[in-house]
Design a protein around this ligand. Sequence first.
Ligand SMILES: NC(=O)c1ccc[n+]([C@@H]2O[C@H](COP(=O)([O-])OP(=O)(O)OC[C@H]3O[C@@H](n4cnc5c(N)ncnc54)[C@H](O)[C@@H]3O)[C@@H](O)[C@H]2O)c1
Length: 259
Amino acid sequence: MEKQLKNKVCVVTGSARSIGLAIAEMYCRHGAKVAMMDILPEVLEQAEKLAGEGYPVKGYTCDITNQEVVMKCFKSIEADFGDIYTLVNTAGAVDQQSIDEITPEHLNRMMNINVNGTVYCSQGALKSMKKLDNGRIINFASKSGKTGSALMGSYSAAKGAVISLTHAMAFELAENNIKVNCLCPGIVDDSGVWDSVSKGYIENMDMSRDEVIKNFTAKIPLKRLCYKQDIVAWCEFLTIHGDYNTGQAFNVSGGREVH
Ligand SMILES: NC(=O)c1ccc[n+]([C@@H]2O[C@H](COP(=O)([O-])OP(=O)(O)OC[C@H]3O[C@@H](n4cnc5c(N)ncnc54)[C@H](O)[C@@H]3O)[C@@H](O)[C@H]2O)c1
């Protein structure tokens, strides 16, 4: 593979597992210096594994909801690797309850992780990107952030906010040549969010896992769940190419979401 991102510093939050890990692995294959951030200590093992394969990669444990901790983490990344070119704000969390069951704690948790965390990590990376007069930020919204999902009001609201935040950042940072976009995946197979959502349906609707998958797949025009690779391909495109794209919320939903 051509090393198009050779020595560029790419930061991926939420990369201890699942979609974030797959994105970090892709940047490694492109020759980037990769900083993997997560609240889970497993991120250190995952980074060590990749470093053992010869990639310049390091893991950082960090709670993205704590602005002070996030700023310190980004300072360490810059000290270890240099100026940051790409930030992928993959870290996020999902929640499920009916509207009348939503508590302030539910709302605060969804906003803190999905929205505040995205803002703090972007703040952490901006000093570098402004210095480079170049940069890419990829936020993670969801299909639910465009067309809200029943029983997922707090999550849908937070992901809708990520889309508006992406627009605001794109307008504000265009003068610094920093492109800010977000991805709106549908259901991603073999991922943490889907694991937790499908469990909710299995328990609350008394369905088997296969029935839940069949039900969801039936609503998708392309008749399959999203693969992590579908998401990775978008990150690859937006980081390496995508020079004329900013402020966009790209659907990766097999045709389920069309606006
Ligand atoms: N998987 C899907 O079906 C799907 C669909 C639409 C959108 N998304 C979005 O894609 C992103 C990744 O989804 P996933 O399925 O890989 O999720 P996941 O739960 O498997 O992974 C999310 C990662 O974020 C980390 N994280 C959570 N809170 C954190 C915090 N406070 N500080 C630092 N790290 C924290 C977790 O430890 C985890 O490693 C999320 O933003 C999610 O909302 C996923």
